[in-house]
Design a protein around this ligand. Structure first.
Ligand SMILES: [Zn+2]
Length: 355
């Protein structure tokens, strides 16, 4: 992250959001009036949204236009332009100007140079200069980052990680993203791939990952991996097939990770096996990360985290069992505050940095 993107008002343990709000109303150097825009782009097409927010991060208006797939960049950007026109309509702005745009991207992002390296599950986005595109189009400064980094920042400034100095965020969605936030700043690494924990190898010769590798965490513990395993393994288990039909209204392909956790809790042996693998291999990944970065809190987001305590309690117990006591004594594992809104709240939070 370049210096201009760095939040300068993180207050460590004293409630950063409160300080931000206070600074904005009293500080001479900080803006007191205006708005920011948050934009969310995902490679699956399921999540395209644009939001107008005030300087306290409150979303005032939001437009969502999910797609069944992500076509070429021009088509997506045209759609987002339409959404921007709607949220930036003059009657919504009350003469105040928009100070910055934040974009949360579901892919690899070079946030230093404002470039989308790849958009997961989509084509035509490689090395796309998205930051310049929006900055020039709107004539407003723009910040882009990976969606897990954005979601993590939202949790640190406005959600479950408020006041925490070292935070690990894990987004267990269709894929698995991760982010490390230290003293209120995203840790990007040398080439902006820090936190890509979905591609940690946790099981030698394990299942194939979306990236082409084998045994990666994402291939075992992502929402898509959990649903696929459940459907695939149920073929030889009529009772499990019947249970899936029951909870999905006979639309087996719609089985969610949360439903798999619930079926496991209700005693379904196939679901229990899948959930056991998630706890085992996600546990391995988290134990290893804990010993590297020593976080105070691990925040779990994304669809799999909707399983709540069914996911978190065994995971937390495993961490305390396997980590050095000194590393895990005060470690908490919690569900993210923002649920399916984490990315767009993250985009707004990106835009609010340093304002
Ligand atoms: Zn991978």
């Amino acid at each position: 992250m370049s210096a201009q993107h760095t939040p300068g008002t993180f207050a460590g343990t004293s409630g950063p959001l409160t300080e931000l709000a206070t600074s904005r109303t009293t500080g001479k150097l900080l803006a007191t009036q205006g708005y920011v825009i948050g934009i969310e782009i995902s490679g699956s097409g399921a999540r395209q949204s644009v939001a107008l927010a005030d300087l306290n991060g409150n979303m005032l208006h939001r437009v969502c236009r999910p797609l069944d797939y992500v076509p070429d960049p021009q088509t997506v950007l045209h759609l987002i332009d339409e959404m921007l026109s709607e949220v930036m309509a003059p009657e919504r702005l009350q003469d105040d100007r928009i100070l910055r745009v934040g974009v949360a991207v579901g892919g690899l992002v070079d946030s230093t140079h404002g470039i989308v390296r790849t958009l997961h599950h989509a084509h035509g986005w490689n090395d796309f200069p998205l930051q310049d595109y929006f900055a020039e189009k709107l004539d407003i400064p723009c910040i882009i980052d990976n969606n897990a980094n954005a979601a993590a920042l939202a949790e640190v400034y406005r959600g479950a990680g408020t006041g925490e100095r070292v935070v690990l965020y894990v987004g267990l969605g269709r894929g698995i993203g991760g982010a490390v936030v230290v003293q209120g700043k995203i840790y990007h690494g040398v080439t902006c791939t820090a936190g890509e924990i979905g591609h940690m190898i946790v099981k030698e010769n394990g299942p194939k990952c979306s990236c082409g590798g084998y045994g990666h965490l994402e291939a075992i513990a992502s929402a898509q991996a959990i649903s696929r395993s459940m459907i695939g393994l149920s073929v030889e288990h009529p009772e499990t097939e019947a249970a899936i039909r029951r909870v999905t209204g006979a639309r087996a392909e719609r089985i969610t990770a949360e439903q798999v956790f619930q079926l496991a809790a209700n005693g379904d042996p196939v679901a229990q096996g899948i959930v056991h693998d998630v706890h085992t291999y996600l546990g391995i990944a988290l134990v290893n990360i804990v010993h590297i970065i020593n976080p105070g809190i691990i925040i779990l987001g994304g669809q799999v985290a909707l399983a709540g305590d069914l996911l978190i309690k065994p995971l937390e117990a495993r961490l305390h069992e396997l980590c050095l006591p000194a590393a895990s004594a005060s470690l908490r594992v919690v569900q993210g505050t923002f649920g399916s809104d984490a990315n767009i709240v993250g985009a707004v939070t990106l835009a609010l940095q340093d304002i």
